[in-house]
Write a protein that binds this ligand. Structure first.
Ligand code: FES
Ligand code: FES
Length: 170
């Protein structure tokens, strides 16, 4: 690489500090890098899936400061100082599933699983903000930003109902 190219590359790198799944980190990244690509390619958190890459499918949904966000619509530099949670944060260290994951397993709420991380994170956010058992209409609204092309939505809705029942009986 010649000196000029090297200088241009250095100018195009910025520092970000953030907390991902409870771990504080600092990285040098290009300003144009999408948050979804940062999570997958730089941090190896490949549970965040990338489908449409323009905000339609919801497969890339994560939590940023507790709110569900499509990580393909956000630049990694915009996450500077934020607390990020990805699907990898849901299960326990020993691998046991959380309430929503277990309900998905119990209700056959996935087939290929491509959409599943996005659904799980949307539901995680919804359940944190809504403690009362939702109606069918409210559940449909909750998952309206997530597309599934193979399981169908009935089992996913059943899983959400079961997750609420399990949570409220604890
Ligand atoms: S990959 Fe982000 S919404 Fe589809
Ligand atoms: S489980 Fe295959 S796309 Fe939803």
């Amino acid at each position: 690489m010649n000196v000029n190219a090297d200088r241009i590359e250095q100018q195009n790198v910025v520092s970000v500090a953030l907390n991902v799944n409870g771990e504080k980190m600092e990285r040098q990244i290009e300003p144009r890098l999408l948050l979804s690509d940062f999570l997958r390619d730089d941090l190896g958190l490949t549970g965040t899936h990338v489908g449409c890459e323009h905000g339609v499918c919801g497969a890339c949904t994560i939590l940023v400061n507790g709110e569900s966000v499509r990580s393909c619509l956000m630049l990694a530099v915009q996450a500077d100082g934020c607390e990020i949670k990805t699907v990898e944060s849901l299960s326990s260290k020993d691998g046991s599933l959380n309430t929503i994951q277990q309900a998905f397993a119990n209700n056959h709420a996935l087939q290929c699983g491509f959409c599943t991380p996005g659904f799980l994170m949307s539901i995680e956010s919804y359940m944190k903000n809504n403690s009362k058992q939702p109606s069918d209409e409210e559940i449909k609204e909750c998952i309206s930003g997530n597309l599934c092309r193979c399981t169908g939505y009935s089992n996913i809705i059943s899983a959400i109902k079961e997750a609420y029942s399990s949570k409220n009986s604890q």
